[in-house]
Design a protein around this ligand. Structure first.
Ligand SMILES: [Zn+2]
Ligand SMILES: [Zn+2]
Length: 108
């Protein structure tokens, strides 16, 4: 019974955390994975968005939590997010088909 869309932990791909626990989990997991944490950076628009440092700029350029209404994805970052969404949906493998009501997607 977990209707929440779970999000993969950026520090450990085996962790799937529901959005409301994500922030807490990130703090914990960051301590356990200091090496990985060094290479990750959090999005300035949403602390739950933790991405590899080299992707941070790109992420922030396309971040959905960015206010300011710039909607044109300049370098195809949108397609990347879509692929991730699809991957996660497939990974869940549920038989039931729900409409495309996807909770606010948090790109890794
Ligand atoms: Zn984790
Ligand atoms: Zn972000």
């Amino acid at each position: 019974m977990d209707p929440d869309g779970r999000v993969q932990c950026p520090y450990d791909p085996n962790h799937f955390i529901s959005e409301n626990r994500m922030q807490y989990h990130l703090a914990q997991c960051k301590k356990k994975n200091p090496k990985k944490a060094k290479k990750m950076a959090s999005c300035k628009y949403n602390a739950r968005h933790v991405v590899p440092c080299e992707n941070l700029q790109k992420h922030e350029a396309n971040c959905q939590d960015k206010t300011g209404g710039q909607e044109t994805a300049e370098s195809g970052g949108g397609a990347e997010s879509l692929a991730l969404i699809l991957t996660e949906r497939l990974g869940r493998g549920g038989g039931e088909r729900k409409p495309a009501r996807y909770r606010k997607w948090a790109p890794p």
